[in-house]
Design a protein around this ligand. Structure first.
Ligand SMILES: Nc1nc2c(c(=O)[nH]1)N[C@H]1C(S)=C(S)[C@@H](COP(=O)(O)O)O[C@H]1N2
Ligand SMILES: [Mo]
Length: 551
């Protein structure tokens, strides 16, 4: 019945089904043990780590926050193509296809084990993938409808495909394909046989697909249940007043003065959010210190907590880009955490390590500067940190980019020297010292939008941590710089310069095309440069300018 082409397609399908089912099984086992050891996730993470910096930067630019789903999708697509090849190989030699499948699983297992935090337990998802994947592969291969051939060959085909050692070929599943032949009267026999075996194959393929969906779905549900957070945070020892009402209440389109937790940008190398149990979490402070020590989450919460309004920025944010956000952080001043261990005189850096082994190095003097208020953070906008933003504990260091001061899922602070350590991103060529470059962004109107001619509100945000924004100016259609009105300042703590300012300007627009350019000036009188720089190796610069059409 099946032509060689159809047979090849069926074999490819079997390879894909077996692989999908195996991956779903691995995903489920990983959800129970360690979500980051899931085969696809482990391979994706390895790809991220090995991707050259320019490609990574390009991907972040192209795909923004979709970079992770796109990476996962690509890993899946490549895997499934190879899985189809394995199926086709198995048409001639089952062993050849099986070996290719095992190589794929082996790669996933190796990726899971290469992670710095891997334990033997992380091999189990790969083993589950291998067992289920190969099992389903053999099961389905044995049921592929026989190719139309002389009678004798057709009768022999299932036996020839079946493996002598595999019990799957002799289980109950084999009978529906064979029995009807025996029972139908002679004339119908030849016509019945292929369709009966095809039905058997389809039923089995459908059952396999359903099993894969159930396992993947269960893995997702288990993962989600494990991610719920129930922690009550104490009140700060020195609460600060609520933020003043922001400009977003007056003008639609301007970024809110405080970024809601669910809208806060997320940048990290993790494909799955690390799930850390706060009851077993510990923070270790060690390195060049006289008294290394370890803190539990409860012990950390017993220390006097402070609140600070701080704007965070990612070094990968392009001028006008989205990787900036402002929140009220609750935590313990970093200088108190470090002072307790009594750092030695020659240290100039702190290497912070996350639970997954990711590292960041930060200048010691920035972390201990009493005017700076770097924090060991437990709360964000009045609630525990979301898992995406580092639960249970992260760092926030005002004035420097996230990759040099904002370690999420923090578990170790090692006092050291810059000439002795390298961190994840500095190893990849990004600058060791990376103060945030002041910048300003037009939020409304949107670039390239069509807006009504006449009175128009132009508005956005500007930041110049830790100094503070003194002035924002806008140039319309290449005209003079005009001073904008600023929104309120977060003057509720000692360092209002750590927080962004909203701004707006009202102008009259004729019909036609218009260009707006924005720039800010900080409290030291420095004006935002118009010199363009890429984000690599220490942050973008230049002026945000947009084009709109008034009609
Ligand atoms: N553990 C860990 N912490 C990390 C990162 C990371 O990849 N892993 N990325 C850093 C970078 S580059 C930035 S910009 C900030 C982003 O923090 P957010 O996702 O809460 O906005 O986290 C920093 N901390
Ligand atoms: Mo970043």
């Amino acid at each position: 019945m099946a032509s060689p082409l159809q047979s090849r397609a069926l074999h490819a399908l079997v390879g894909v089904l077996a692989t999908v089912t195996g991956m779903a099984a691995g995903h489920l086992v990983a959800a129970l043990l360690d979500p980051s050891a899931s085969p696809v996730v482990a391979v994706g993470s390895e790809v991220i780590d090995r991707t050259p910096t320019p490609v990574k930067t390009w991907a972040i630019d192209q795909f923004g926050n979709a970079d992770k789903p796109i990476l996962i999708g690509s890993v899946i697509v490549v895997t499934l193509i190879l899985a189809a090849v394995a199926g086709i190989l198995a048409r001639r030699r089952r062993a050849a296809g099986t070996v290719l499948l095992l190589v794929l699983v082996g790669a996933a297992g190796a990726a899971a084990m290469l992670r710095p935090t891997a334990t033997v337990v992380d091999l189990l998802p790969a083993l589950a993938t291998a067992a289920v994947g190969v099992g389903v592969f053999w099961l389905l291969l044995a049921r592929i409808p026989a190719r139309r051939a002389p009678d004798a060959a057709a009768d022999a085909a299932p036996a020839a495909d079946a493996s002598p050692g595999a019990p799957v070929t002799s289980d109950a599943g084999a009978t529906p394909a064979a029995r009807p032949d025996v029972m139908v009267p002679g004339g119908a026999r030849r016509a019945e046989r292929p369709s009966a075996s095809r039905r058997g194959f389809l039923v089995l393929a459908g059952a396999t697909t359903a099993a894969a969906a159930v396992m993947a779905g269960a893995g997702e549900l288990i993962g989600r249940a494990g991610r719920a957070i129930s922690v009550a945070l104490p009140r700060p020892a020195q609460p600060i007043p609520a933020l003043p009402t922001g400009l977003e209440e007056r003008f639609e389109g301007i970024s809110p003065f405080q970024t809601p937790r669910e809208d806060f940008y997320r940048v990290d190398i993790n494909l799955t959010v690390p799930v850390v149990d706060e009851s077993t979490w510990r923070l270790t402070v060690d390195g060049d210190v006289e008294e290394p020590y370890t803190l539990s989450f409860d012990e950390l919460l017993e220390m006097p907590l402070v609140e600070r309004d701080i704007t965070m920025t990612c070094v990968s944010n392009n001028v006008g880009g989205p990787y900036v956000g402002s929140a009220r952080w609750l935590g313990v001043p970093m200088r108190e955490i470090l002072a307790r261990a009594r750092p030695s005189g020659s240290a100039d850096a702190v290497l912070s390590t996350a639970v997954d082994g990711f590292t960041i190095s930060t200048p010691l003097d920035v972390l201990t500067d009493p005017g700076r208020d770097a924090l060991v953070v437990v709360g964000m906008n009045g609630e525990p940190l979301p898992r995406e933003h580092g639960f249970p504990v992260r760092m926030i260091t005002p004035g420097i980019y996230g990759y040099v001061g904002a370690t999420k899922w923090l578990e170790r602070l090692t006092v050291t020297r810059f000439d002795e350590v390298e961190a994840y991103w500095t190893e990849r060529g990004w600058d060791v010292e990376a103060p945030i470059k002041m910048s300003s962004r037009i939020d409304t109107p949107q670039s390239l939008s069509r807006i009504p001619a006449g009175e128009t509100v132009i508005g956005g945000v500007a930041w110049a941590q830790p100094v503070g924004v003194a002035k924002v100016e806008i140039a319309v259609d290449g005209g003079e710089w005009q001073e904008c009105e600023l929104g309120p300042a977060a003057e509720t703590d000692d360092n209002p310069g750590d927080y962004w300012r909203q701004w707006f300007h009202v102008t009259q627009l004729d019909e036609g095309q218009h260009r707006f350019v924005v720039r800010c000036t900080n409290d030291d009188g420095q004006v935002q440069t118009d010199v363009k720089a890429d984000d690599f190796p220490n942050g973008s610069s230049g002026l945000h300018n947009i084009l709109v059409i008034a009609e």
